[in-house]
Design a protein around this ligand. Structure first.
Ligand SMILES: [Fe+2]
Length: 280
């Protein structure tokens, strides 16, 4: 069995979505969904209820007046954001363990993912884009493929070194060469299984090669730049993080200047603290 076949099997297993997420995803499709139904789904999970309230009341989402009830919080957040929150909380738990193959200690991937999500969302806000929630979730999930590939990377450690030295390949190319699949593709495959939409899957698929994306360029570029900002701050670099480079086209196409990126980096630092409290 090839490495790629083995990774495919892991994707099947990994992509099994928790029942609560599945139920909420069903409600998302229904434009007339009654918030009471969603409340009834969530309220038996005290941890989740607390997090929904925390999020609805956080300055992160521009809260002015405090909401005390779960239903009011749900109305404020909206169905899409609730689903993304539930998914994020579920995923963020999985991002915690150390990944020895990539040289990431416990919590490093989670920090890197939140940093990327916040930076990408900040950039979207700066550019006056709508749908910034989707940008956040795509950023949070962009490296989820690392979880699948880590054991293979650890096992093939020497081979990676060889391929990268001898053929001077970028790390994602080396993943493809040695394993038959890179972590961006593995991550996108998980998102496709979760039916999170083609745009989000594309953002994950092309986060290291944004110029190769055929569609959804803005979202792809935002996640790419969020990732690069996180790495340039030294968040979640691991052994291979610095092998990636910024696509100049992503900066040009979005009309960004150097000062936008610097401003985003400092804003991201502030917001990190609040979100780390919610997601960890
Ligand atoms: Fe990545």
């Amino acid at each position: 069995m090839t490495f790629r076949d083995q990774i495919e099997q892991h994707i099947d297993h990994f992509a099994e979505m928790p029942p609560l997420c599945q139920r909420l995803l069903g409600y998302l499709e229904d434009p007339d969904v009654d918030f009471k139904v969603i409340r009834d789904t969530i309220q038996y999970d005290p941890g989740l209820t607390a997090n929904v309230l925390k999020l609805a009341n956080s300055v992160y989402f521009g809260a002015v007046q405090e909401v005390a009830s779960l239903q009011a919080a749900l109305v404020r957040l909206g169905t899409r954001r609730i689903f993304e929150l539930v998914l994020s909380l579920n995923v963020s738990g999985r991002l915690v363990p150390a990944l020895p193959g990539y040289g990431l200690e416990a919590n490093e991937l989670l920090r890197h993912s939140i940093w990327t999500a916040v930076a990408a969302q900040e950039l979207a806000g700066l550019l006056g884009m709508k749908d910034v929630d989707t940008v956040f979730t795509a950023g949070l999930l962009h490296d989820i493929g690392l979880l699948l590939l880590d054991p293979f990377i650890a096992e093939q450690h020497e081979r990676f070194g060889q391929v990268m030295d001898e053929q001077s390949m970028a790390f994602d190319q080396a993943e493809k060469e040695v394993l038959g699949m890179d972590h961006a593709e593995a991550g996108a495959r998980i998102l496709e299984r979760w039916n999170l939409g083609a745009a989000m899957a594309a953002a994950v698929r092309w986060h290291h090669a944004p110029d190769a994306a055929e569609e959804n360029h803005s979202l792809v570029y935002l996640v790419h730049l969020g990732d690069m900002l996180a790495l340039s701050e030294g968040v979640g670099t691991g052994i291979y993080g610095l092998q990636f480079s910024v696509s100049p086209e992503s900066v040009r196409a979005l009309g960004l200047k150097k000062h936008h990126l610097e401003y985003t980096a400092s804003k991201t630092l502030d917001k990190m603290r609040e979100l780390e409290n919610i997601l960890t």
